[in-house]
Ligand binder design. Structure first.
Ligand code: GLA
Length: 739
């Protein structure tokens, strides 16, 4: 029996992914809370002034470790009051706080200060709730902490009005993360634009504040709510401390990274206070989005792997073990708006031959949609294009062994649409103003319950009437007049601007609610978040969507950089990538088919070319590569990612993935362009079992000519030689761990 138990434990240890542990311990005597998440520890405590203070964030402390009691910093000079120099957990504006506040309110009597002191705490399993109260006003703040075994802690807050009259919240952040006081930090962050999202930057963190934000109503292309901070002289891809985090909110957000003159380093994020105002009636509360963060001592690579594991296990709708993404065919680049039953059937026939598993019809199937001037809002099938509805196409796709997906853009309306003619007031707008169109469309005000009900209802109907397995949910513009002319308490003569501004929170909450209800009613339907490419990717939307479209840029060379940035913050599982035609529509670049495929294989492979134009040879190549992808996709999408060679400022790049159970590894290697006839550099693998032997399955026999079985220590130490030459050459190895 004992032997059995031992071998069972051994089996568990061998096959279960090696996640860490999480725990929350209270040291009641010192009023401290010790949160362990994976290989990190976070400690907070109540200080001698009754304020909640951050005490430690770094490598895991030994069980029972105790920190000195929390203490307010002494006044350094009359210009540096303790409130501004002590690393507070949730600093409210008041009593001389000059750094970024977590909370700023105006009470009805004009009191604009808050001094939040500890009131109570409760540990419930992996969750800690701490209550703070203002010393004068009946304002209560609940701080929540949840520790996850993958090495992440989630923090958020709830602000409650227990007064008899309303008060106005002008700034409400989710949390402040205080790093160890000091200098020599470097900040990494992501910026972008349409067709060039996920640009990774790293620069020394100088004294001052750096603002990352969206004022656009949605997450946006221009910056992503993610940060990673390393030590300039210690941290790289494979080693060194990294404090990292991301905010789960799909509306306007702000993240402020401060390094004060006294070298207090902190990251504050939550609702964007720009144009923000949330009036809390008596008895009401406002909850802030979750701000997730973690620490690792093992460099940016490990920080990403922690986030990837965490997203798979705790965030995505398919958690804790989302199914690997099917191979998609999408018609957008092939046909644009010119979708017809016959045209799509012809593409579907060819896609099926390639091993595609899901056929997706993009924009153009509904209303009077000939181009982007009309139709958004009219979600009925266009009779000219599909005289018999979608059923014949869907049946055909099913008969070919694929499931069926459809593009929608539910939150938008074209002024040239039946919906707008009927409900012009459903679009966001300010009174007596010309609305601003972008891509000839307006944003529907989802904060309005009538609009939210309409959006849910038409989607529910669409999914009930048709056998649809997948929605590509698009969102192709930002906000311009975020007004609500028919909002609560508003009339034409007396607008209630206070109530109107709830749009910033209510819109997004209604969006989440619609997604959640649709998923509950249609549990088999999967959803992709798209916003003109990667304009709405964050841990808020990813709780309801299975994948994202990272960019409209499908040029394989650009895409290598885009995907490199993307994987710093999000798992390859959600990173959809299509192989499209050349010359590429954006930059006319011509890249060989295998290179395009191997780039798309870094995440969830899809195909988006016009298959009617592909030659027999191209179809054969595509079939072979799709079949290869199927043998490695679980490792790519669920494994540990090692960015072996960054593509930034390099003519070569490689990524490697190791299955969570170690049974397989995959290497994807690229030569962007060759100079001076130099041989491809030796590639040293990572994350393998040094003692194990691996059988190497080379995608191209001619590009890997060494032995078929090699020991892990050799693959990592001596590396592998690949014979790549010329421009846009590429290859892949699948490594099978032998028993
Ligand atoms: C957006 C998406 C594209 C495509 C078009 C359709 O730009 O990012 O993939 O769906 O809309 O109009």
């Amino acid at each position: 029996m004992r032997i059995l138990a031992c071998s069972f434990l051994f089996l568990l240890a061998t096959f279960l992914p090696s996640f860490g542990q999480s725990s929350i311990r209270e040291d009641a005597a010192k009023q401290q809370w010790i949160l362990n998440a994976g290989e990190s520890t976070y400690v907070i405590g109540v200080n001698d002034q009754g304020m909640l203070q951050s005490l430690y964030w770094g490598p895991k402390l030994e069980p029972g470790a105790s920190l000195p009691a929390a203490k307010m910093k002494p006044e350094r000079a009359s210009f540096d009051p303790p409130i501004a120099t002590t690393p507070l957990e949730y600093p409210a504006w008041g009593a001389g706080l000059f750094t970024e506040p977590a909370l700023k309110v105006t009470s009805p009597n004009g009191d604009r200060t808050l001094i939040l002191k500890f009131a109570s705490a409760q540990v419930d399993g992996q969750q800690l709730e701490i209550v703070l109260k203002d010393v004068v006003q009946p304002v209560t703040v609940h701080l929540f902490y949840r520790a996850y075994p993958q090495g992440v802690i989630a923090r958020w807050s709830r602000i409650e009005n227990q007064a008899q009259s309303p008060f106005r919240i002008e700034q409400a952040m989710s949390a402040v993360w205080n790093l160890p006081q000091g200098t020599g930090y470097s900040l990494s962050w992501l910026t972008g634009q349409w067709a060039a999202e996920w640009q990774l930057h790293t620069a020394p963190l100088e004294t001052g504040a750096q603002l990352l934000e969206s004022r656009r109503g949605s997450t946006a292309h221009q910056a992503n709510p993610w940060f990673a901070i390393g030590r300039t002289d210690q941290t790289n891809e494979n080693a060194g401390p990294v404090w990292f985090g991301e905010l789960g909110w799909s509306g306007s957000w702000r993240m402020v990274v401060e390094s004060t003159a006294l070298h207090n380093v902190r990251v504050t994020a939550g609702y964007n206070p720009y144009d923000f105002n949330y009036t809390l009636a008596p008895g009401q509360s406002l909850e802030t989005p979750k701000f997730y963060a973690g620490y690792t001592a093992q460099g940016h690579g490990e920080a990403s792997r922690i986030l990837h594991r965490f997203q798979l296990a705790e965030i995505l709708p398919g958690k804790p073990d989302p199914r690997p993404r099917p191979i998609i065919y999408n018609s957008w680049e092939a046909t644009e708006f010119a979708v017809t039953e016959a045209g799509q059937i012809s593409l579907a026939d060819k896609a099926a031959k390639l091993g595609v598993e899901r056929f997706v019809v993009d924009d153009g199937w509904f209303g009077a949609r000939k181009d982007d001037h009309a139709g958004l809002g009219d979600w009925y099938v266009n009779q000219q294009k599909f005289p018999n509805g979608l059923k014949p196409l869907i049946d055909h796709v099913h008969a070919l062994g694929m499931d069926f997906g459809l593009w929608v853009e539910p939150e938008m309306v074209n002024p040239d649409s039946d919906l707008y003619r009927k409900h012009p007031d459903w679009a966001m707008q300010f009174p007596n103003r010309q609305h601003t169109e972008q891509r000839n469309q307006l944003v529907l005000n989802l904060a309005n319950p009538e609009v939210a009900a309409y959006v849910y209802q038409f989607l529910d109907q669409l999914l009930t009437d048709n056998n649809i397995a997948f929605l590509k949910w698009d969102y192709n513009r930002n906000w311009s007049e975020p007004g609500w002319t028919t909002g609560p308490g508003t009339s034409a003569t007396a607008p209630n601007v206070d109530a109107e501004k709830q749009i910033y929170v209510q819109y997004v909450n209604n969006l989440y609610d619609i997604l959640q209800r649709l998923r509950a009613k249609h549990p088999k339907v999967e959803i992709e978040s798209c916003s003109g490419g990667g304009g709405r990717v964050d841990l808020g939307i990813l709780r309801y969507t299975d994948e994202v479209w990272p960019s409209d840029n499908t040029d394989a060379l650009d895409r290598i950089d885009i995907q490199y940035g993307f994987t710093h913050a999000y798992t390859p599982e959600v990173m959809v990538a299509w192989v499209t035609d050349v010359p590429n529509y954006l930059d006319r670049r011509v890249i060989p088919l295998q290179f395009r495929f191997l780039v798309a294989m870094q995440g969830a492979l899809g195909i988006g070319g016009n298959l009617n134009k592909w030659t027999t040879e191209e179809m054969d190549t595509a079939q072979r590569l799709t079949a290869f992808y199927k043998t490695v996709r679980t490792t790519v999408q669920h494994g540990k990612l090692y960015r072996l060679q960054s593509p930034m400022n390099s003519e070569v790049s490689q990524v490697q993935y190791v299955a969570q159970d170690g049974s397989q590894a995959v290497l994807l290697a690229y030569l962007h362009s060759q100079h001076y006839g130099l041989a491809y550099p030796t590639v040293r693998l990572q994350g393998l079992d040094p003692k194990a032997t691996y059988r190497i399955h080379a995608l191209d026999a001619a590009k890997y000519a060494d032995e078929a079985t090699v020991q892990g220590s050799v693959l990592m130490g001596a590396g592998v030689e690949l014979k790549l030459g010329g421009d846009y050459d590429s290859t892949a190895l699948a490594l099978e761990k032998l028993p």
